[in-house]
Design a protein around this ligand. Structure first.
Ligand SMILES: [Mg+2]
Length: 121
């Protein structure tokens, strides 16, 4: 069975790009446009890994990360942001990885593979 990857991003074009590329990698990709929607999906359906945007309206990725980890401590979360500045933010330390967003998803794909290997999922 393929791994379920939840992509959380407020921008539709990014969600669609990630969905296309990660589906090609063989993952079962689920999309959420907000942190609240992501939480509902994790609670109701369960996922194996989350790719989470930081800059979003309503609740941002940092707050969403906290809520996701409260709900499911072992759920791997990769934070993504166009802004490298968050790398220094102590709140991002709770994530399993942090990557700077680009149109080239090579780093994201490699990061997902590393986490799967490390955590044996
Ligand atoms: Mg955003």
């Amino acid at each position: 069975m393929s791994l379920r990857v939840l992509v959380v991003d407020d921008e539709e074009n990014i969600r669609l790009l990630y969905k296309e590329e990660l589906t090609e990698e063989g993952y079962d990709v689920v999309l959420a446009e907000s942190g609240y929607e992501a939480l509902d999906i994790v609670k109701e359906q369960g996922v194996d890994l989350v790719v989470l945007d930081i800059k979003m309206p309503k609740i941002d990725g940092i707050e969403t990360l906290r809520l996701l980890k409260d709900e499911s401590r072992d759920l791997p979360v990769i934070l993504c942001s166009a802004y490298g500045q968050y790398k220094q933010d102590f709140c991002t330390w709770a994530s399993d990885a942090y990557i700077v967003k680009t149109a080239d998803l090579t780093e994201l794909k490699a990061t997902i593979k590393n986490i799967i290997k490390e955590k044996n999922i």
